[in-house]
Design a protein around this ligand. Sequence first.
Ligand code: ZN
Length: 189
Amino acid sequence: MPYRTARVTDGAADDSGHGAPDDAGRGASDDAAHGAPDGGVAGVETLTVAPGVLEAIVDHGRREYPREACGIVAGRDGRAQKVYPLANVASDPVRRYLIDAGQQRAALAAMRAEGQEPVAVFHSHPRTAAAPSGVDVDLAYHPELVYIIVSLAFDPPEVRAYRIDREARRVSPVALQVPQRAPGQGEQA
Ligand SMILES: [Zn+2]
């Protein structure tokens, strides 16, 4: 019998008889644990999001469906805390979004009155994945903000976040971290 145990040594020898899938799975988890001792992923920015924020973004996306929904998330010290759903005034709102300028001004005034500032801008993709489109990159004029995209093409909806360098056309994932809300972990990028 061509058991691979023949060349396996140490503690792993006992397990190899159970088949490759077990070994592969265990090896992968070991690698993950060693690669991210702090629980994060090396080199990936993390945005801390208060409980309820992602739900509010998804709710606005569902309300506006099949149009794209959009808005701003305000916060403090880089922590996203409050969602401002804003009107999409694009001429083709099923495929594009354009935040209403008047509502945006009012939202900025309101958040600053509460000692907050814009942390992220969000919009929905009613039928496509939660990844920035070419147009999204073209229009990403705010490198200081995190771009959150919710896709309603999946059930449950998928929420992902990115940092977008418009000039370099570079998109970097941002991990969303929701404290004290375990299900949110599944929404990490
Ligand atoms: Zn988009």
